[in-house]
Design a protein. Structure first.
Length: 309
């Protein structure tokens, strides 16, 4: 379903102010919500203050007056630390408040966290996100969410502010996480395939800009090809999503598939390329850096970054 446009306003804590969390917090501010943010990075915190939000010194301080907590961290371990670590929010959140978890994690972890929060009658919404930093900044994300009807009802005005589409996938935490892993399965393969194809094009002596133009108008195109190949063309590997993200996510996928006794050979091959790229020192660069690994293996030439004028 598409997100509606609720006029309700509330106090919202946003934990994690990376490219996605910062954009989501800024969207909430624009929609008139009172936002308090927390991030261990002082730079991220200063940026959020400039957008009109307040900054807390710890997660627990951030949620002191919040009815909704939006947690935008990398994985289940970081989410667990936000909830139960030093300065964590679990002892502070009142019964009936909502914890929206947007980290990509295994469905079993989403279920575990939800169960622990239920001990204090805190509502949990399993709500991973997709769309990238630009859509986060514009309040136009896609959210794949599952949780109780009560959690959805109490969080709807926050979801409306940060998303163009909110898919309500079921009442049980873990469903949203499962759907996100299917998305990451495809995204990881598509990026690796785009890199493999473009480096082959270089080996064949083709003009890469022309190949990009042709493929984006042809059946071989994908959203990831169109979105990430410009990194290769520009020799600019500043991250939209890093190599390490796909090392993590395709690793989770492998574990899930193994538990189901289900083969995922394409994802396994893509994971090996992300691991090789990370091992070569490019883990925190954009996932399109897989192209550089292919280039090193094959002796192909790729465009280099343009000098700043």
């Amino acid at each position: 379903m598409s997100a509606g446009k609720s006029a309700e306003k509330s106090n919202v804590a946003v934990i994690g102010l990376g490219s996605m969390g910062f954009g989501m917090a800024s969207s909430l501010v624009r929609r008139g919500h009172a936002v308090v943010g927390y991030d261990p990075s002082a730079t991220a915190a200063e940026r959020l203050v400039a957008s009109g939000a307040r900054i807390a010194e710890s997660p627990s301080e951030a949620v002191a007056n919040a009815s909704v907590v939006l947690c935008v961290v990398v994985n289940s371990a970081q989410t667990d630390a936000v909830l139960f670590g030093d300065g964590g929010v679990f002892p502070v959140m009142p019964p009936g408040s909502v914890f929206i978890s947007s980290a990509t994690m295994a469905p079993s972890e989403a279920k575990r966290l939800s169960s622990r929060l239920a001990e204090r009658e805190i509502l949990y919404l399993d709500a991973p996100i997709s769309g990238g930093a630009a859509k986060a900044a514009n309040g136009a994300l896609t959210i794949m969410a599952s949780g109780s009807p009560n959690a959805f009802a109490r969080a709807r005005h926050v979801l409306d502010a940060v998303a163009a589409k909110v898919y309500r996938l079921g009442d049980e935490p873990g469903i949203g996480a499962s759907v996100k892993m299917i998305n990451q399965h495809l995204a990881g393969i598509h990026i690796a395939a785009a890199c493999e194809a473009m480096v082959l094009a270089s080996k064949l002596g083709l003009d890469l800009s022309t190949v990009y133009e042709v493929i984006t108008a042809s059946a071989g195109n994908s959203w990831m090809f169109e979105n990430r190949v410009p990194h290769i063309l520009d020799g600019d590997y500043r991250p939209l999503s890093s190599v390490e993200i796909f090392v993590k996510d395709l690793g989770i996928l492998q574990d899930m598939a193994r538990a189901e006794r289900y083969p995922v050979p394409l994802a396994a091959a893509a994971l090996q390329m992300y691991l090789a790229t990370s091992g070569a020192g490019m883990g925190h660069d954009d996932a399109a850096s897989v192209a550089r690994t292919y280039a090193k293996l094959s002796g192909a030439s790729l465009p280099t970054a343009k000098a700043a004028s």
